[in-house]
Design a protein around this ligand. Structure first.
Ligand SMILES: [Zn+2]
Length: 290
């Protein structure tokens, strides 16, 4: 399952190169932990995700220890190859290493590089991004609801603002003929299902039960999976109640309830997109009864 990382294509033909790159599309979890206690004890890593899609490298939500995890899990990967960094919101478990990365990928400002995407409140005085580092990046993009962003054949759509304590967005990624949605932190609301319909969905499931902290519960995730009916769903961002219950147990329960394959993300694991797409049947082939 694990693939070689940082391998350069030797192909001289662009189309072959693109094809090879597409064949290597993968999502790597640099962390699957969330919430205070899990971060404090690093019971699970909290480094976010690296999307390696269409030859591009997009880092999403680099929480505490993200750079360390990246260097550990992908020892041959040069972080300077990160093309874009995307913050879904400014909470510390999603953003702690952002400034470290901005310095690393721009060689301390000596090489203008990279695209930074984040909601408006991640910038400025109450934000989490050092102002001086913004001069080092090639482009700064402020995420808004219903926005599209294109990165050389990899499209990102930010369908909807989440119900969370700070400004938060998930995204739907489109490349070639497949879609991947990431539903970041949010309280459940009915529009989530239609906003994030995709072949592969990744959901933050921090606590078993609903709570006052504006996060999805197991029941909420079951509802979203049932309405979207993706080929596969991946749960991640586990807090203590999830870790005690065993994320793989919860994933199995969700599968039993929805009939859709549900995986519990593992730290450092590479998930090749072609493998993920091979689960189940395409959502469009389903007619939902609800
Ligand atoms: Zn949050």
């Amino acid at each position: 399952m694990k693939r070689a990382s940082g391998v350069k294509s030797k192909s001289s033909k662009t189309s072959e190169h693109d094809q090879e790159a597409a064949n290597r599309d993968e999502i790597i979890f640099l962390g699957t932990g969330g919430a205070r206690y899990v971060i404090a004890k690093q019971l699970r890593a909290t480094g976010g995700m690296l999307f390696r899609i269409g030859g591009k490298n997009v880092l999403v939500d680099p929480g505490p220890e993200s750079l360390y995890r990246l260097l550990t899990y992908l020892p041959k990967f040069n972080p300077e190859k990160i093309d874009a960094i995307l913050l879904t919101h400014k909470h510390i478990d999603h953003s702690a290493d952002i400034n470290v990365y901005l310095d690393v990928i721009t060689r301390g400002g000596f090489k203008k590089h990279g695209i930074l995407l984040a909601p408006a409140d991640a910038f400025g005085e109450e934000g989490v991004i050092f102002k001086y580092l913004l001069d080092f990046v090639e482009r700064k993009v402020v995420i808004k609801a219903d926005m599209d962003f294109e990165l050389n054949g990899v499209s990102f759509h930010f369908p909807i603002r989440h119900q969370h304590r700070v400004e938060t967005y998930g995204f739907k990624l489109l490349h070639n003929d497949y879609t991947v949605s990431y539903i970041s932190d949010t309280k459940y609301f009915a529009d989530l299902g239609s906003a994030y319909a995709a072949d592969i969905i990744i959901m933050n499931l921090i606590k078993l039960e609903p709570s006052e902290i504006d996060h999805l519960s197991v029941d909420d995730c079951a509802q979203i999976i049932s309405s979207i009916r993706p080929r596969v769903a991946i749960i991640t961002h586990f807090g203590m109640t999830m870790i005690r219950a065993g994320p793989w147990n919860v994933a199995r329960q969700l599968k039993d309830r929805t009939g859709i394959t549900v995986l519990a993300a593992e730290d450092g694991r590479h998930y090749p997109v072609d493998k993920l797409l091979s689960y189940g049947v395409k959502s469009s082939q389903f007619t939902t009864s609800s």
